[in-house]
Design a protein around this ligand. Structure first.
Ligand SMILES: *[C@@H]1O[C@H](CO)[C@@H](O)[C@H](O)[C@H]1NC(C)=O
Length: 229
């Protein structure tokens, strides 16, 4: 009895530990580990610069996050400050982004494989939402959405597909988001699926999306241009 319950406990702990390892950045083992971006040594993250050579500028970036950005084809621009911009973020499990939205612009459906995101609206209004992972009915791929006003805060749980849309046809919107990784990563669903290089076979996509092959051709053409021009 004792040994089987300790095996169960061990399995539960192992599941917990491996879940933590894949869902969020590991905890730091020292005050800081400023990334040495030029080291040839490959580790999970970056090796530490000599702490005696660390100074305040390793934790600083004149990022102009107060300034508006030009927006892209879908009407948004994400300015992410991650470990590549501030080497001091290495091992600290956090990053920040400014997101600009044109009138009727959107930050299209995407996921961050390594981070939960907490977002606040600085200007304008945003219609935001996320979809839960595949679950048994009646909760399968449940869509949770909300209209946010200036000053409101919303959370997008790690890994889940989410978006923000500016419903105002006349005014831009601005948000600031914090993310629980030094390198959250982003997968924009449409671009990844229809704009991969090389393209995913349209036999695969036509079946997956349950449409005719020429619909897939059409979609791939849009995203091939987006991703590769
Ligand atoms: C996003 O903003 C930056 C900074 O203003 C700019 O350099 C970049 O071209 C913009 N991206 C797009 C897609 O417009």
């Amino acid at each position: 009895m004792a040994s089987s319950s300790s095996i169960l406990l061990f399995a539960a702990l192992l599941a917990l530990v491996s879940w933590q390892a894949t869902a969020s950045d590991p905890s730091p083992l020292q005050d800081f580990c400023v990334a040495d971006l030029h080291s040839p040594v490959r580790v999970n993250g970056f090796v530490c610069k000599n702490p005696m050579e660390v100074n305040a500028d390793d934790f600083f970036k004149a990022a102009n996050l107060d300034k508006p950005r030009v927006t892209n084809k879908v009407g948004s621009n994400v300015t992410l400050i991650n470990v590549m911009q501030i080497a001091g973020l290495n091992t600290l499990g956090i990053s920040i982004a400014r997101i600009d939205y044109a009138p009727l612009g959107q930050n299209p459906p995407h996921t961050h494989p390594r981070a939960t995101e907490i977002l606040t609206v600085l200007e304008g209004t945003l219609y935001v939402g996320f979809v839960t992972s595949n679950q048994p009915a009646p909760n399968r791929n449940k869509f949770l959405s909300k209209m946010l006003n200036k000053g409101d805060v919303f959370v997008f749980p790690v890994g889940l597909i989410h978006f923000q849309f500016n419903p105002n046809p006349h005014q831009p919107a601005i948000a600031i988001a914090a993310l629980s990784s030094q390198n959250p990563g982003a997968i924009t669903i449409a671009n990844a699926v229809f704009g991969s290089d090389p393209p995913i076979s349209y036999d695969v996509l036509a079946k997956a999306f349950q449409v005719e092959k020429n619909t897939i051709d059409y979609l791939q053409a849009q995203f091939w241009e987006n991703n590769h021009n």
